[in-house]
Design a protein around this ligand. Structure first.
Ligand SMILES: [Zn+2]
Length: 266
């Protein structure tokens, strides 16, 4: 009987019948229920938190993971791609345990490790809030690396061709890009100034950075906008459109990362 009552109580707490006052479950309880063993689980995404279980910012970092998953879902990628994303192991690590890289002096937000077919995310950059629009996209950026490596093939000839074309013609150089110049005038994006080098570092960064701009309409770093890709490389634009099955119109602004950019455009 006691067991039956507790089951009933649990049912009432989790479902909340019509007319009943708000459930008494608090956010920390909900958060705790999503940690199972070494994993934080959300919407079929699984984050290994075994290395950061005692980190005082774990909850904030997991909330950021939820926000980033929401961001991925909002891009309306086809199920076969998001289902693939959910299979990629993601581990949260403290900054001092991240793999060493000589690539950049900037703080490493995340990294795809091809040898392990897995992603590591920097817990420090997940909970810090200095540049939301940029931070939003770290998980998707790394998952796109995983997709490139595991599904399209590391040496995908089409992507290499489009990358070389962009490099040879100096496309996406922000010097003459009004959107880039607008962003650079904003203090909070000042540190993003050198990302042109990042995007053009290799065919993998090229694919991830252009895909983010394509899927989101805009990105706070080169190539900055989906339309920009269409203007410079219509063939590549159609390649991405075919790959992601989004059927988006290159000229229509559906949504915008930066609300004031609409005013700037017109
Ligand atoms: Zn990358």
């Amino acid at each position: 009987m006691k067991k039956l009552l507790s089951v009933l109580l649990l049912f009432l707490l989790t479902t909340g019948p019509a007319g009943m006052a708000q459930s008494k479950i608090t956010l920390p309880d909900l958060f705790a229920s999503k940690i199972q063993g070494n994993y934080f689980l959300y919407d079929d995404y699984r984050f290994d938190v075994s290395k950061v279980l005692n980190d005082e910012h774990l909850e904030e970092a997991c909330n950021e993971c939820i926000r980033q998953v929401g961001y991925i879902e909002s891009t309306n990628l086809p199920k076969n791609i998001t289902n693939f994303f959910k299979t990629v192991p993601v581990t949260l690590l403290p900054q001092d345990q991240l793999p060493q890289t000589s690539a950049s002096s900037a703080t490493l937000r995340g990294m795809y490790l091809p040898n392990e077919s897995a992603i590591v995310l920097n817990i420090d950059s997940l909970y810090q809030n200095e540049c939301d629009d940029y931070k939003d996209q770290t998980l998707l950026h790394e998952l796109l690396h995983a997709f490139h490596h595991q599904r399209l093939g590391s040496n995908n000839l089409a992507i290499i061709k489009f990358f070389k074309e962009a490099k040879d013609h100096h496309y996406y150089n922000s010097e003459n890009d009004p959107y880039a110049n607008y962003l650079k005038s904003q203090t909070k994006y000042a540190k993003l100034k050198t990302n042109f080098d990042y995007m053009m570092r290799n065919d993998h960064e090229f694919f991830a950075c252009t895909s983010i701009a394509f899927l989101n309409d805009f990105a706070p770093y080169e190539p900055f906008s989906r339309n920009n890709i269409y203007q410079h490389q219509p063939e590549y634009y159609h390649y991405l459109d075919n790959l992601f099955q989004t059927g988006r119109d290159p000229y229509i602004i559906e949504r915008c990362l930066f609300s004031d950019f609409i005013d700037y455009l017109y």
